[in-house]
Design a protein around this ligand. Structure first.
Ligand code: PLP
Length: 310
C-alpha cells in the first residue's frame, strides 16, 4: 500500500465568507488517503517503515500523547503491514482506568502501550532514556514523536506533487514543522508555503523547519537554495491560547465551515489553520487571483476521541 500514491480530492472552496476577496482556495483532502493511516502521517511513516525494513527490524517504537494522530496511524500501519509497534505514551495517569478512544484503537491494532510520566517523556530524545527503553522492551527501530525526522520530511516532499492545479501558496498546520519542511523542499521557485503553529510559544518551530531544510540538503550534499530561506513563513497568531485548546469562536467556525463546505475539520490542527487562513484572506494578505491550497492533514480520529470525552 505504501507504494501507491493515493489520489485524494482537491476541492475548491466557494464560501460566501471569502468569495468577495477573489482568492482561489482549494482544500487537498489528504485526510481521505486511508481510513486509519490518515493525512500527513501516512507520508511521514512511509520512508520510516522502508528504513526499518532495510535494517531488518520488525518492531517500530514511537512517542505520542494520549490523543496522538501519529500513535493511531503507526498502530494501524503495523497491523496492516505486519510489523510490531510500541507506543511510548506521555502521562502515566493513562495507565490506570478507562482508556480513551485513540489508545483503545492503538491497542486493538496490537500496539504495545508503554506509559511514562510527563517528566520522563521530556527525555525522549536522550541516549540514556532510549538505552533504558531498549533494555526494558527489546530492540526496535525508533521514530520520533509525530514521525518527524528526515525520513518523515522526505515523505512530505511528495505531497505538493499530488496537487493537480498550479498554485501560489500551500498551507499546513504545524506541530513539529516536519510537514512544512517537506513542502518547502518541494516547491517551485515562485511558490510559497505558510505554516500555522498550533502551539503557544511555538516560535522555536521556525528554527526546527530551518534545520530540517538544512539537514536535508546536507544529507544530499547540496547547498540550501536561496528561495528555501525565504519562501515560507509560520503564523503564530492562531493557536487559540495553547495546543489543543478549543474556544467557542473556533468551535463555531468549524461547525459553519463544515455546513457550508461539507468538509469536517479537527479542533487541534486543521480547524485552527483554516480559521487563520480565512482571517488572512479577509484582511488582505493575498492578492485577488492568487491560488491557495490548504492541506487537510487529517486528525479526525482525535475529534472522535475528544468527543467521547475520555
Ligand atoms: C501531526 C499533525 C500535524 C502536524 O504536522 P507536523 O509535521 O508535526 O508539523 C498537522 N495536522 C494534523 C491533522 C496532524 O495530525
Amino acid at each position: 500500500m505504501f507504494e501507491v500514491t493515493p489520489a485524494t480530492p482537491l476541492t475548491e472552496i466557494r464560501d460566501p465568507l471569502i468569495l468577495p476577496f477573489g482568492v482561489k482556495l482549494y482544500v487537498k483532502r489528504l485526510d481521505l488517503n486511508h481510513l486509519h493511516i490518515s493525512g500527513n502521517k501516512w507520508y511521514k511513516l512511509k520512508y520510516n517503515i522502508e528504513e526499518m525494513r532495510g535494517q531488518g527490524k520488525d518492531t517500530l517504537l514511537t512517542f505520542g500523547g494520549a490523543f496522538s494522530n501519529h500513535i493511531a496511524a503507526t498502530a494501524a500501519a503495523g497491523k496492516e503491514l505486519g510489523f510490531k509497534t510500541i507506543g511510548v505514551i506521555r502521562g502515566d495517569e493513562h495507565e490506570q482506568g478507562k482508556r480513551n478512544r485513540t489508545l483503545e484503537f492503538a491497542a486493538s491494532c496490537g500496539m504495545q502501550l508503554h506509559f511514562v510520566s510527563r517528566e520522563d517523556y521530556r527525555n525522549r530524545s536522550s541516549d540514556e532514556f532510549i538505552a533504558q527503553l531498549k533494555e526494558q522492551l527489546g530492540d526496535f527501530f525508533l521514530v520520533p514523536e509525530g514521525g518527524s525526522n528526515l525520513a518523515g520530511v522526505k515523505g512530505c516532499m511528495e505531497i505538493a506533487n499530488e496537487i493537480s492545479v498550479p498554485f501560489d501558496y500551500i498551507c499546513t498546520a504545524c506541530g513539529t514543522g516536519a510537514t512544512l519542511a517537506g513542502l518547502v523542499l518541494s516547491l517551485g521557485e515562485k511558490q510559497q508555503a505558510i505554516g500555522f503553529s498550533t502551539l503557544k510559544g511555538g516560535e522555536f518551530l521556525d528554527d526546527e523547519v530551518k534545520s530540517f531544510i538544512e539537514e536535508w540538503h546536507s544529507a544530499n550534499g547540496s547547498p540550501v537554495p536561496s528561495n528555501e530561506r525565504y519562501n515560507w513563513t509560520i503564523s503564530h497568531d492562531y493557536h487559540f491560547g495553547r495546543y489543543a485548546k478549543v474556544t467557542k469562536e473556533l468551535e463555531q467556525f468549524i461547525t459553519a465551515f463544515e455546513s457550508v463546505n461539507n468538509i469536517p475539520l479537527d479542533h487541534v490542527y486543521t480547524g485552527k489553520m483554516m480559521f487563520g487562513l480565512y482571517d488572512m484572506i479577509r484582511t488582505g494578505y493575498f492578492v485577488p487571483g492568487e491560488v491557495v491550497v490548504a492541506l487537510h492533514t487529517g486528525g479526525l480520529q482525535g475529534v472522535k476521541s475528544a468527543k467521547n470525552n475520555t
